[in-house]
Every structure is written in C-alpha cells, then in structure tokens.
Design a protein around this ligand. Structure first.
Ligand SMILES: Cc1cc2nc3c(=O)[nH]c(=O)nc-3n(C[C@H](O)[C@H](O)[C@H](O)COP(=O)(O)O)c2cc1C
Length: 150
C-alpha cells in the first residue's frame, strides 16, 4: 500500500509533536517526545540534539518508530522517568496508540544553531527518513507543533 501521511493529518512543511520509540543497544525500548516535520507523503525530517538516547539509537539502528498520540502523559513521562517496558508492543509501537509509522534513515546531517529557544548554542543532527509502514489503529490527526526547534 502506498504510504500517505496526510491520512493522519500531516501536511508537507508543517511540524508535529510525536513520541519516537527506538531500540537501545541492550535490546530494551526507549521513548521520547520529538518533533517531526512532514517532508512529503512518505518523508519526514527530525532535528535531534546530541546527547539524547534517541539520537544515539537512530544513528546505530538507522530505523525508528513514530507514535501519534494526543495523550499528554506520554509527552511528560518519558522525560521525567522512563516508560516501563510493558508500555511497548513487540514492534516498538506504544500500547493503545492511535497511529504509528516506521521510518528508515535516508541521511544524517550535522546542524548547529546559536540561538536555539530550547538549548542555547548546541549541536544537533538533522535526520531525513523514509516512512516504510503506516498503521492507523483509530482515526486521528497528528498533534500540531507549537514548539519550533528548527
Ligand atoms: C513536546 C516536546 C518536543 C520535543 N522535541 C524535541 C526535538 O524535536 N528534538 C530534540 O532533540 N528533543 C526534543 N524534545 C526533548 C526530548 O524529548 C528530551 O531531550 C528527551 O529527554 C530525550 O530523551 P532520550 O535521551 O531518551 O532520547 C522535545 C520534548 C518535548 C516535551
């Protein structure tokens, strides 16, 4: 089936707030809130600060899962304390998630911004990816991002 992110309300050029899940090097699963920019029907861009586990995992595995949710708890729990391992499905999606998609990395580019609103003068990596699989469990729209990190 052709992948089309507009099915979950994502429009090219706009940013959305999501929960990205990745594989840790010990095989356990990690979740973190990360912004996603839609770059086409089956392409996305992330900008992830160095030092995060998510970035480390994506650079090693070259793949990750983007979870679409409006559950506010999922945007705070992975930051305050890690989500328990039983919150994840086998395929790395989160349990009872509205929709999710799998991504394969196309390119990784260094990015430095001096006056970032979140972290001042820090380094990040811009990641471009192709969406390889989209699963919609319930009709939903990706959460629009107010939090401009680019
Ligand atoms: C709504 C929201 C959006 C975020 N977006 C990003 C982002 O786009 N890039 C990034 O590097 N960090 C972003 N963060 C911060 C990471 O989630 C945070 O650094 C997290 O602790 C990283 O966890 P990890 O080390 O398990 O990857 C965001 C946080 C929130 C609450």
């Amino acid at each position: 089936m052709k992948i089309d992110l507009s099915l979950i309300g994502m429009e090219k050029g706009r940013q959305y707030e999501t929960i990205i899940t990745t594989r840790n090097d010990d095989g356990s699963k990690n979740a973190a809130p990360i912004g996603v920019i839609c770059a086409g029907n089956d392409k996305i861009i992330n900008r992830i600060f160095k030092g995060s586990r998510t970035l480390e995992n994506i650079m090693r595995e070259r793949e990750f899962t983007v979870n679409i949710t409006h559950d506010p708890e999922l945007f705070t729990t992975p930051i305050i304390g890690k989500l328990p391992q039983d919150s994840f499905n086998e395929d790395y999606s989160l349990k009872s998630i509205e929709a999710y998609f799998k991504c394969e990395v196309i390119s990784l580019t260094e990015a430095i911004k001096q006056s970032d609103p979140i972290k001042k003068k820090d380094e990040a990596i811009v990641i471009k990816s192709r969406v390889s699989e989209l699963t919609i469990n319930r009709k939903t729209k990706a959460l629009n991002g107010q939090f401009d990190t680019l």
